[in-house]
Design a protein around this ligand. Sequence first.
Ligand SMILES: [Fe+2]
Length: 444
Amino acid sequence: MLKDRYGNPASTKSQTALAHYDNALDLIRVYRGDPVAALDAALAEDPDFGGAWAARAGLLVTATDKAYAEETTKSLRAGAASNLNDREAKHLKAAQDWAEGRYNDGTARWARIAQENPRDALAVQYAHVGCFFLGLQSDLRDVPLQALRAFKRGEDGYSYIQGMAAFGLEECGDFARADIYGRQAVEADPRDGWAVHAVAHVNEMRGDLETGIPWLADNAQHWAPDSGFAYHNYWHLALLHLDRGDIAQVLKMFDENVRPNPDAQIVLEWIDASALLWRLHLEGVDVGDRFEKLAACWQRAGEDAFYAFNDLHAIMAFLGAGRATDAERALKAMRAAAKDAGDNAYMTRKIGLPLAEAFVAFEAGRYGECVDKIAATRGVAQRFGGSHAQRDILTLTALHAALRGGMASTAEAFAAERLAHKPQSPWAGRLSRQARELSAKRAA
Ligand SMILES: [Fe+2]
């Protein structure tokens, strides 16, 4: 019986197919190259290699883009008709759960595979990514921490799981340990953009620009080439420049690194682009036609109502581009999705929809409504996924709404919170000053 690079039994008898599959496992763990093409190469050698079909389906569903639905169905059908061992069959079932909107069930299934087969680093990673999309912060940390027991330090696989643990630790607030784990993982493989990213999050949460900017800028030659994830690490770097108030550098990075091809059809890239432009919009920066170009891309997914976190970011682009009708259409689709079955209905009903309404209210100048809706949702917003750094856009929007709406005490409260978390952050200092000035003006 053949085994994959981590020692898990594989349902193929072809050494060549397995070599392509092992290559795909490497590309997946470092988010590089084209892992779907590597899996297709494995399947060209052995079309009945069920594990490769299951891995393919898992990759496609965790892209959170309805555009991949057809390819997902193809993978699930072919996988079900091929050779599958018990572990691979469970992988396929997890991907099917996701494809049918049972995101929690699918993620839990991958996590259970990882518990039973801790050397299945792919199951660890898919569970980790699922936890990220669902905001399951302790599982995001604990699934990789559990699996580390099966690997020796220095062994193939160890550092990537350590990198995942680093991100989970960071999202759970254990910045010191996250920093150590992340740095050790990057030392083991400087290509590991996910581990680089975990340390970037630590720096972001601390508002530590002095460490954060060189950490990303000086290592980029290792993590960026051929990375399917580079735009996101560059987004983090742009955030730090924004913190410093260097708007020219932020716009340059948007054009060259976050959104180098304005027509690129990658939803996760659109999210970062929306999130960066909206922050600039809050700061009163003229972003030219960037919102318009982005909104033109979001249009094809604006009414998918596939995942509430994405929908909110589509609405940001529509609002920023002045496309009120598109924003309204997306809201309508979210209202319909909120009544559906499946996990996205809950995420939409409880989090995505009230937040989308808050952002629409902001743009319409209904600042009180915006603050009320964000304040009522922010505490549970992790349940629609994303990271603390991404969801910071909620607090920023509420704070700017309070500033614009003359709500001095509310603005001071949000600004004080920010400064307490990030005492070194120039941005936190600027917002705090603005809130104090508003207060003084109101008192006068
Ligand atoms: Fe991130």
